[in-house]
Design a protein around this ligand. Sequence first.
Ligand SMILES: Nc1ncnc2c1ncn2[C@@H]1O[C@H](COP(=O)(O)OP(=O)(O)OP(=O)(O)O)[C@@H](O)[C@H]1O
Ligand SMILES: [Mg+2]
Length: 225
Amino acid sequence: MNNGKGFFITGTDTGVGKTLVSCALLHAFAAGDNTVIGMKPVAAGCENGKWMDVELLVAASNVMAPREQVNPYALIPPLAPHIAAKQAGIEIEVEVIYQAYLALQSMAEIVVVEGAGGFLVPFSDRFDSSDLAQKLGLPVILVVGLRLGCINHALLTAQAVRAAGLTLAGWVANSIDPQMLKMEENIKALEQRLECPLIAYLPYMQPVDELRSSELLDITGLIKN
Ligand SMILES: Nc1ncnc2c1ncn2[C@@H]1O[C@H](COP(=O)(O)OP(=O)(O)OP(=O)(O)O)[C@@H](O)[C@H]1O
Ligand SMILES: [Mg+2]
């Protein structure tokens, strides 16, 4: 058995760096001698027979787990999950994801769960990403994709996380737009308002580098207790 730690990684939007940060966290925890598994409960968008987020999370994990537990729902079209599920004639069920998470938790000390899209993305007519985070009861890490408009998206997400009764364990400022103006001022504005630790500033990288990113993360506040 283990101490059952987990984190739920959400973002200000789709494509803001949740997978990069999830993988970097897995590497950072693993470097601290922890057993780690990445989980992508719902992946939508299959490329050449692969779901890239899942591939990357599996590669960054140091415990191998059954695919159906790492990724209980793999949807082919790159659509909003509840629409892709409806198209496939299935309903995404919170209990299935919960049971898969419990199984992973019994296999590793830390499970990093990557959400889909942003925090309120629906999974079915019955539940959404925030309900899932609540059911898992995990501290949330917010990835802010630094671009114009991100301050509002970040503050709305932080409000939704706290309204769900969850802890915002920290946030990551991820530079996804090399042309962004006044980046430092934006980060400062968020630091003043998010009321949780800044885990890292990740620069714009080409190509992206998970290991370099992992070294930039300050995980001390995440692993104490
Ligand atoms: N700091 C960065 N510098 C350069 N490119 C980045 C950076 N962070 C992320 N990217 C690139 O942006 C794209 C989206 O990143 P990523 O897949 O991590 O986002 P995501 O939030 O997980 O998306 P999704 O909602 O599809 O799961 C990827 O091509 C990734 O390589
Ligand atoms: Mg992703």
